[in-house]
Design a protein around this ligand. Structure first.
Ligand SMILES: [Zn+2]
Length: 348
């Protein structure tokens, strides 16, 4: 693009933005930019009803809500990443799971890793999935009794559940029956589709789990996932634009598919063809994502407080204005300070 064309292009975008009242999000989106750059810049979710769009690893989301940074039985980690956004059903599940985990003796609750970016989409770092607000990472470290400061949540190192001196083996010093209980608790919710763990952890569960073995099938072995596990939810029933994943095969999964991880094949360096031409890395572009994702990027932003405390979703008395509800919940949050409790949200 020539300088003048670029200028015109920018002016045009600015004009559009001014006309429809949107912020920097859409104006900075250019066709040449990888989608992860565009979605990575967005600070706030879009307004309106929640909707997962596309597939876990190729999509975006509208109307996200955020899990509050601190709850009675959870803390969100690595706050600077701004990835505590999800479908309301996911946020509601995490709140329930945190309570259940604390009830199982998992410290004072859970430490929550990445969910999704405010409008989902591909990320600049990490994860291929987590794009539609239906994936969440949970640390294999329980929430300590003394709440972590924001700085501690940035700096606290991950703790692997593996004995790194051996090949693909769980550390018996670190792994406990409670670890097994919380992974299986996560798998027990009907709205949970899969739980991803390291193959060594899956094997440990296969060898030791004496509860409902049919739930083990949902626990899937995958690379990494030794210091956190990953909860993936089904597409919510009414979410038409959400692309479901093929269901897990029947059985406990303690079979050949697991044994494969203990062969050399998954760990071998990829074979290089000396005659192959160097290939340019291909990034996912906005045009590769479902069309609706462009509209999600261009949509007006919801405020962080409304998206966090559920005021946009809570059934407010007809006579109460949204502002009044937001102010009231801000005041309530200020009173309770350390543990703002979100209002219940519908399951979408
Ligand atoms: Zn994950």
């Amino acid at each position: 693009m020539t300088k003048i064309a670029t200028l015109l292009h920018r002016t045009f975008n600015a004009l559009i933005a001014a006309t429809i009242g949107i912020g920097v999000v859409a104006t900075e989106a250019t066709a040449a930019e990888p989608a992860k750059q565009i979605f990575g810049k967005v600070k706030l979710p879009s307004e309106g009803p929640a909707s997962p769009i596309g597939f876990y690893a190729k999509g975006c989301m509208a109307g996200a809500v955020a899990i509050p940074t601190d709850g009675p039985t959870w803390q969100a980690m690595r706050l600077s990443r701004n990835r505590r956004w999800g479908n309301p059903a996911m946020i509601q599940l995490l709140e329930k799971f945190s309570k259940d985990a604390a009830g199982l003796g998992w410290g004072s609750g859970i430490l929550i890793g990445d969910i999704s970016q405010p409008r989902g989409g591909p990320m600049l770092t990490g994860h291929a999935s987590h794009q539609i607000g239906l994936d969440a990472d949970i640390w294999f470290t329980p929430k300590p009794a003394q709440p972590l400061t924001a700085q501690q949540r940035e700096d606290m190192p991950f703790t692997s559940m593996l004995d790194k001196s051996k090949f693909l083996t769980v550390s018996n010093q670190r792994w406990t029956a409670t670890h097994a209980n919380i992974v299986m608790k996560a798998a027990s919710y009907p709205q949970v589709e899969r739980v991803f763990v390291n193959p060594a952890i899956k094997k440990k569960l296969c060898d030791t789990w004496t509860g409902d073995r049919s739930l083990l099938g949902k626990v899937r072995p995958v690379y990494g996932h030794d210091e956190h596990f990953h909860i993936r939810m089904h597409c919510p029933p009414a979410a038409k634009g959400c692309k479901a994943q093929a269901p897990v095969t029947a059985g406990d999964g303690c079979d050949k598919s697991l044994a494969w991880w203990f062969t050399k094949e998954p760990w071998a360096a990829p074979k290089k063809d000396p005659n192959a031409k160097p290939v340019k890395p291909k990034f996912t572009m906005l045009s590769d994502l479902p069309k609706a994702c462009s509209a999600v990027l261009a949509a007006p932003a919801n405020s962080e407080s409304a998206a966090t405390y559920g005021t946009a979703y809570a059934a407010a008395p007809a006579s109460t204005s949204v502002e009044a509800v937001i102010n009231a919940s801000a005041e309530q949050a200020a009173n309770e300070m350390a543990v703002p409790i979100p209002t219940p949200r519908p399951l979408n």
